[in-house]
Design a binder for this molecule. Structure first.
Ligand SMILES: [Fe+2]
Length: 385
């Protein structure tokens, strides 16, 4: 077993309607004025005002700032920090998908670590806790509410950067299932396959431990039971919505300790093809599983059994192979093609895309159970075409 390294939010509240407990927890952390960080889409859905009403009833001031953009950059964090300072806020609520939660975390630690997000970037560089913070995911996918990472864009150097710190975490996570009941089906599919990809990559990761395996396998089991149900009948299937919210959170708990792998790494260049993050990693998931199969057969057989209990009667080798077919079946049921040719990728660009992916994402690929060289990445790209 690897040495254990994982990170925990202090409090996790789950259930339909649990946002009503927010005033108690703001008071508990001595918050007097709250900055609610979100984006304009979530604001339009009315969730932010619903929380404002709940908090105001508890005599706490709350200011809504809906300025987070998709793939937030460092300038966005600065704007959020300006909003925080302008209104003298001392407590943060992040409400939204992964981009919003990553930005909320970055605003929180920037506020208490000198006020400059650039000085917070990197591995464990910051020395102080962020402002007290509640994170409330509105999608079931990124797992950002569970992790110690904020992935951001450095708009000056045109590159992805990140904050990793035990201080860059939620004090309180609220999984209020009601916020996910009306997710559009395409968002359900894309974020759900991201969660499943997190769980599978973390489970077979070189960085996995007994603890992260427990979280990852539970996540896989729930995704096997609920993901397609949430996609096909989410409006009427609360049990599936709740199962997927838990699945995404468990996956976050798994990968924040274990790391990710080849599907997340190789998907990196697809950002230029207007694919959502979830869809781009979903394309590579079965192909990377196939590549990894020989060096983690037992784990892949466990994945098959977690996704489909009938696989428990198969031999380890048969079940391991079957895990790939099951994942392809899930992708088909979600109407997500796992062929690059279906997304307008030009055949002539495969080699250079693979080279860029492998060279740009070594921080992810180092956890993949089997080494991926540029040539290996090019082979996987060819198969995925
Ligand atoms: Fe992801």
């Amino acid at each position: 077993m690897n040495n254990l390294k994982t990170f925990f939010p202090n409090v996790v509240l789950t259930g339909a309607g649990v946002i009503k407990e927010i005033p108690y927890w703001v008071n508990h952390f001595n918050g007097r004025r709250v900055l609610l960080v979100t984006d304009s889409n979530i604001y339009k859905l009315g969730f932010a005002n619903k929380i404002k009403d709940t908090v105001s009833a508890g005599s706490i001031d709350l200011v809504i700032w809906d300025g987070v953009i998709a793939n937030p950059d460092l300038a966005t964090v600065k704007k959020g920090l300006d909003a925080l300072n302008k209104d003298n806020c001392d407590f943060i609520i992040g409400l939204g998908g992964g981009s919003v939660l990553d930005a909320a975390k970055a605003i929180s630690v920037s506020a208490t670590n000198g006020g400059d997000v650039r000085k917070c970037l990197g591995l464990y560089r910051i020395t102080k806790r962020g402002l007290p913070m509640i994170l409330i995911p509105t999608t079931s996918g990124t797992g950002s509410e569970a992790t110690q990472a904020s992935v951001l864009v450095d708009e000056v150097n045109d590159t992805k950067v990140a904050i990793y710190s035990e201080y860059n975490m939620a004090d309180i996570v609220i999984l209020d299932y009601e916020l996910t009941y009306d997710l559009p089906s395409k968002v359900t599919a894309d974020t759900g396959i991201d969660a499943l990809c997190h769980a599978i990559e973390a489970y077979v990761s070189k960085g996995s431990s007994d603890f992260t395996d427990l979280m990852s396998l539970s996540s896989i089991e729930k995704a096997g039971k609920y993901l397609v149900r949430a996609y096909t009948n989410g409006k009427n299937d609360k049990e599936a919505r709740e199962g997927m919210a838990d699945s995404a959170f468990y996956a976050g708990m798994g990968f924040c300790g274990a790391g990710l792998g080849g599907a997340h790494g190789l998907a990196y260049p697809l950002i230029d093809y207007n694919l959502s993050h979830g869809r781009s990693v979903g394309v590579f998931l079965p192909w990377v599983m196939e590549y990894n199969l020989s060096c983690a057969e037992e784990k892949f057989s466990n994945i098959a059994s977690a996704l489909d209990k009938s696989c428990a009667s198969l031999s380890v080798r048969e079940a391991a192979r079957k895990s790939i077919d099951i994942v392809k079946g899930v992708l088909k049921s979600l109407d997500i093609s796992y062929k690059l040719s279906d997304y307008g990728v030009e055949k002539g660009k495969l080699s250079s895309m693979a080279e860029i992916a492998v060279n740009s994402t070594k921080r992810l690929l180092k956890f993949n159970p089997k080494h991926i060289s540029v040539e290996d990445g090019q082979e996987i790209y060819k198969k995925a075409y």
